[in-house]
Design a protein around this ligand. Sequence first.
Ligand code: GDP
Length: 298
Amino acid sequence: MFETLSDRLTSVFSSLRGKGRLSEEDINATAREIRLALLEADVALPVVREFISRIKERARGEEVSKALNPAQQVIKIVNEELVEILGGETRQIRFGKTPPTVIMLAGLQGAGKTTLAGKLAKWLAADRNTPLLVAADLQRPNAVTQLQVVGERAGTPVFAPEPGNGVGDPVDVARESIEHAKRNNHNVVIIDTAGRLGVDTEMMRQAADIRDAVNPDEILFVVDAMIGQDAVNTAQAFLDGVGYDAVALTKLDGDARGGAALSIRHITGRPIMFASTGEKLEDFDLFHPDRMASRILD
Ligand code: GDP
């Protein structure tokens, strides 16, 4: 990802090489080029505006270091501002005071929730946690089976309604899963909820009902980075409809532009906690703003 942005920024910086001191004109021209690069990467306009104004302000400002030439200084500023826009610090999971810690996943159908549930379970288990996956997506007939397949691959048990008992109520399933987790020493419960193809009030209401029933320690909004600007719109809709603590960005492997990653934190005020970069369960990690910024400027 970020290939185009990365290339564009590299060429912006190389045009500054050899300059002794940056004139106002140099700064404006550079800011213009960076602005275009960000817009081309599909970064949301308010984010671009804020970013550019900070870059300009800092490039003009006093923080002139003798050790760095002007090109290096601009790179340093852009790097620091990228880290900032990506959220600054790496956000860790906040475990509840008493187990089980409840993590609820919300997002559109196809965002990658079920896959992410398995990835998260495996990742947590590698750190000596004993997660339980919960099938609270009872909308689609094969959603439960899909989670069971993922659970098997992750080596994590799945709590699901008994077959033959009708469709079942996702709120009841979520509630019962907490008791089941307590009885069976699962210290983390990961609840997969139903998504729809588009933002939909019924889906939001169900997710909000599950939220109210289990009072999650973390609600993660799972979003496909490949949908670009729509990721930001969907993120806002879920923030209003359900609310969440952090974002998990999926399919970063297929997102050449990176606009969602660069916009979502600023627009929603919620940190990106996880990055998913492929279909395999291992293609997953905490999201590190500093490493991501370095990759963009590599
Ligand atoms: P859900 O409807 O939100 O539960 O989404 P799924 O977990 O079923 O994922 C939808 C599709 O996206 C599946 O084909 C997954 O294999 C694929 N997928 C999920 N995460 C990633 C990812 O990080 N990268 C890629 N390339 N594909 C992914």
